[in-house]
Design a protein around this ligand. Structure first.
Ligand code: NAP
Ligand code: HSE
Length: 424
């Protein structure tokens, strides 16, 4: 069976090698070899581990080729990837993709085209790198109900936070290393800003709750303002800071958010280090299910692609019926961010003088926010300012945002530090 690749970059080249190294296994499963016929690239002269005679810069040589039945999209970004995928489905090709952006933004439309044309679009590699999370949610959770998703879905940011905390490396150096290892997006601000995580959470939530959760529905903050000081304070307090993807379904209402989160050091997600991702599903009938594995990197991603390619090749070769799962069925009701209810960590620099704590406590109290602890480390008299860390009990986001804007207006405030949500 012939396949075509749209993209021959980090993942495309790894997939090329995996298809070669696994050719005996593939032959045993399919009883027919899988062969890459063409690979679309932008620059024919770039050095890469794919033979030059397979390369093309003309997408039609792949999309319109009658011999090619499966198209694997590995270009990334929205355009032209989205248009090529759509065209391929309209040409009745099966599409396999690692592109979370396109699936998060256009999944519903593409899924409907695929069904109408009697083909399929598979995207295991788009979430969690090598972790088989899409199959788990799409197939294994059909009768059971997912009630909550708690996850680390971005390898780059988890790698950065781990390096900063464990090796006291700075942010830029850690990001550079993540880029060298092939974890980061071509534009790494998509990782850092939490956008990549929001794309992935939107895909998981749409399939878990059988609805349409667009990335725009998701409240999002990235890790750009997380400092080493916060990571070390968190450690002292018995927490880790992770960029968490959280979604919960309650009586048809869905709460979805992505933000740095302090979680107790002994909670399952706190132990996820480096490029690893983990997804904790809270289900109605099976209780908690935790999946863990390498969340980025060309090789784990290639294994996820290979499982989708094999599934689609087998279905095509033996004319088996397709299984379409239950996403995008019902309209979604999204909980307003103002009603989120959680604990908070606040770090601020204030003038080191009498009555300062009382002023802050007054604002928090007036907004019905209850303090659970306060830390002020001793500073030298010369510094004339003090760093205060406050942990609160659970409160709603609206009250907290109001309190913060009042604290920011206090003349005793020297510098705003951070606000981090605490869960668990
Ligand atoms: P990459 O190294 O930047 O590769 C992109 C490939 O697409 C390159 O071969 C590029 O050609 C080609 N391309 C891009 N735009 C094109 C255009 N307009 N026309 C023709 N060819 C074009 O990206 P990657 O890291 O392999 O990622 C590919 C996809 O996998 C993305 O959707 C990414 O989010 C996803 N993904 C990546 C990882 C990971 O760990 N890297 C993990 C999971 C999912 P040239 O080589 O000539 O520039
Ligand atoms: N840039 C992504 C990450 C790649 O770091 O998780 C895997 O989707």
């Amino acid at each position: 069976m012939k396949i075509g690749l749209l993209g021959g970059g980090q993942v495309g080249q790894a997939l090329f090698k995996v298809l070669y190294s696994e050719k005996e296994t593939i032959l045993n499963i399919l009883r027919e070899p899988l062969e890459i016929k063409k690979v679309l690239v932008k620059d024919l002269n770039k050095k890469r581990e794919i033979p030059k005679d397979l390369l093309t810069t003309n997408p039609e040589e792949i999309i319109l080729d009658q011999e090619i039945q499966i198209i694997v999209e590995l270009m990334g970004g929205i355009e032209p990837a989205y248009s090529y995928i759509k065209k391929a489905l309209e040409e009745k090709k099966v599409v396999v993709t690692a592109n979370k952006e396109v699936i998060a933004l256009y999944g519903e439309e593409l899924y409907k085209i695929a069904r109408k044309k009697g083909v399929d679009i598979l995207f295991e590699a788009s979430v969690g790198g090598g972790i088989p999370i899409i199959k788990t949610i799409k197939e294994a959770m059909v009768v059971d109900k997912v009630k909550e998703i708690w996850a680390i879905l971005n390898g780059t940011t988890n790698y950065i936070l781990t390096k900063m905390e464990e090796e006291i490396k700075d942010f830029d150096e850690s990001l550079k290393k993540a880029q060298e290892l092939g974890y980061a997006e071509p534009d790494p601000t998509k990782d850092i800003s939490g956008l990549d995580t929001a794309y992935k959470l939107s895909i998981l939530s749409s399939f878990a709750y059988h609805t349409t959760i667009t990335p725009q529905c998701i409240y999002r903050e990235g890790i750009e303002n997380i400092t080493l000081r916060d990571l070390l304070y968190a450690k002292d307090l018995g927490y880790k800071i992770k960029l968490l993807a959280i979604s919960k379904e309650n009586n048809g209402e869905i709460e979805t958010r992505v933000h740095p989160t302090m979680i107790p050091i002994n909670s399952p997600l706190a132990s996820i280090r480096g490029v690893y991702n983990a997804i904790l599903l809270k289900t109605e009938k099976r209780g908690d299910i935790l999946l863990y594995g390498e969340g980025a990197g060309p090789y784990p991603t290639s294994m996820a692609l290979l499982s989708d390619i094999l599934e689609s090749a087998y279905t095509l070769l033996y004319s088996l019926p397709r299984y379409y799962s239950f996403a995008y069925l019902y309209p979604s009701k999204i909980k307003n961010w103002e009603n989120f209810f959680t604990r908070y960590y606040i770090r601020i620099w204030v003038k080191d003088q009498p009555g300062v704590l009382a002023q802050i406590a007054k604002i928090l109290g007036e907004n019905s926010i209850s303090i659970s602890s306060v830390i002020q480390k001793e500073t030298s008299e010369k510094e004339e300012k003090a760093e205060i860390v406050i942990l609160t009990h659970k409160t709603n986001e609206n009250s907290m945002q109001k309190a913060i804007s009042e604290i920011k207006k206090l003349p005793i405030l020297e510098n705003w530090g951070s606000l981090i949500r605490i869960e668990g």
